[in-house]
Write a protein that binds this ligand. Structure first.
Ligand code: C5P
Length: 429
């Protein structure tokens, strides 16, 4: 590795975010390294991203359209004037990240000049999201002063990063600086670029991805009264559920937040129902979800619902005695499992939470077991030490066929990842 590669890597800094639910436009230009775009697409998809492929005419000479279409499940875009709209404007609005890999010397030259003579350059000019370029070319082309000045120009643009190139063998068999950074390394660098743009407040307001969707979110602990002044409760702060409600509302959803006893402000644009006990939460859920849960597209069951309640709460304050005190507890209904059991079809989408004392593989296994037992679509599994009362968190989103990392980062960041995941799932129908 040369000093130049190190410089390229050093531009990537800040805490990592995840790619779950991120809308990434993967732009492929005409280099032999185009075949590696398929591996990159797969790595991004495995990391939970939604990948829209775009290919130049030259790239189509190197890699079949159907390879990227088969992998991503989306049609390859390559024409500026296809369909009634303006594809570059639509793509720029849709994208949360543009990845140009491989980026040829010609593509870099056109970008550096601000040209917009194909779908990739026009989209890049229109976009305000982070842009990552992975240059790939013969070392002689990379070293040329024209390419070097173009690269320097692109690096200076706010939100633009060059990943590589690296030293190694290139297609001609020559060795030098010009080889594309390996797809796995590109994929590994991207969360950091996204986190960087989010920390600086992002460059675009939240897209209205949940516009017209109705979400019910539960949050906080429940409190099960022992007598008029005492209750059994837990250490849930409600912050995660409130952050999810806020994030969904910012993305245009109609949100009903059912909150246990917490002292948190209602997020803007959210309707709130306050409850205390699990049974009150059950009634509030019936009210918010309606007959056959038909009033909601998704339920996010983030509340830490008490599993037991006193069999007979005392109507008068319990008096201090000298002996031990035994309180008979009876099980509460499992609200999420009831809804999973009763659901006919695929709506509402059911997302539960599992706070466990386990970690790693055991945590994922516990999340998956809960997903099956409660008949839900996804479970956010996190370790108690990462979840309770903290401002930052990390978790694993367990679905039937994948495990996707969430965070580490603020509960707001994780909430945004979750609402974007929900938007993508609801769009799938
Ligand atoms: O089984 P466990 O309590 O760990 O499952 C947690 C998930 O189930 C959370 O989504 C929580 O809101 C939900 N739950 C429920 N009713 C209960 C207990 C938990 O809906 N009585």
């Amino acid at each position: 590795m040369s000093g130049k590669e190190d410089t390229a890597q050093a531009r990537v800094s800040g805490p990592p975010a995840s790619l779950v639910g991120r809308r990434i436009t993967l732009c492929v230009s005409g280099s032999i390294a185009a075949y590696k775009a398929a591996v990159l697409a797969r790595a991004l998809l495995h990391a939970g991203a939604i990948v829209q492929p775009v290919m130049t005419q030259a790239a189509l000479q190197f890699l079949g359209r159907s390879t990227l279409e088969g992998l991503t499940g989306r049609p390859v875009r390559s024409e500026m004037f296809e369909g009634p709209g303006e594809p570059h404007v639509e793509l720029a609005r849709w994208s949360q990240l543009l990845v140009l890999a491989p980026a040829t010397a010609d593509l870099m030259a056109r970008l550096a000049q601000g040209r917009a003579n194909d779908l990739i350059t026009a989209t890049a000019l229109c976009a305000r999201c982070p842009v990552a370029l992975a240059p790939a070319m013969h070392p002689a082309m990379w070293e040329h002063p024209l390419t070097q000045s173009n690269a320097a120009r692109l690096r200076e643009l706010p939100g633009w990063s060059l990943l590589g190139p690296v030293f190694g063998e290139v297609a001609s068999g020559d060795e030098g600086l010009g080889r594309m950074l390996e797809p796995e390394q590109i994929a590994a660098a991207l969360p950091v670029l996204l986190a960087g743009s989010e920390q600086s407040g992002g460059s675009q307001p939240a897209a209205q991805l949940l516009s017209g969707r109705r979400l019910v979110v539960t949050a906080g602990p429940t409190a099960e009264d022992l007598d008029p002044v005492r209750s059994l409760t837990n250490r849930s702060s409600g912050k995660m559920g409130f952050a999810i409600a806020a994030s969904a509302a910012r993305r245009g959803a109609q949100v009903t937040l059912i909150a246990g006893p917490v002292a948190l402000e209602t997020p803007a644009g959210v309707s709130r129902i306050d409850v205390r006990s699990a049974l009150e939460m059950r009634s509030a859920l019936q009210q918010a979800l309606g007959e056959g849960a038909a009033l909601a597209d998704a339920l996010v069951m983030c509340a830490a619902v008490a599993d037991y309640r006193p069999q007979q709460p005392s109507t008068a304050k319990l008096k201090r005695g000298t002996g031990t005190l035994t309180i008979e507890l009876v099980p509460n209904p499992d609200l999420l499992a009831e809804l999973g059991q009763a659901r006919v079809g695929q709506r509402p989408f059911l997302l539960g939470f599992a706070v466990e004392t386990a970690a790693g593989g055991e945590l994922i296994a516990a999340g998956r077991a809960k997903l099956v037992r409660k008949k839900v679509d996804a479970i956010v599994a996190n370790a108690a030490s990462d979840a309770l009362g903290t401002d930052d968190t990390r978790a694993v989103l367990v679905t039937r066929d994948a495990e996707l990392p969430l965070g580490p980062g603020s509960k707001q960041l994780v909430a945004d990842q979750l609402t974007e995941f929900l938007a993508a799932r609801l769009q799938e129908g």
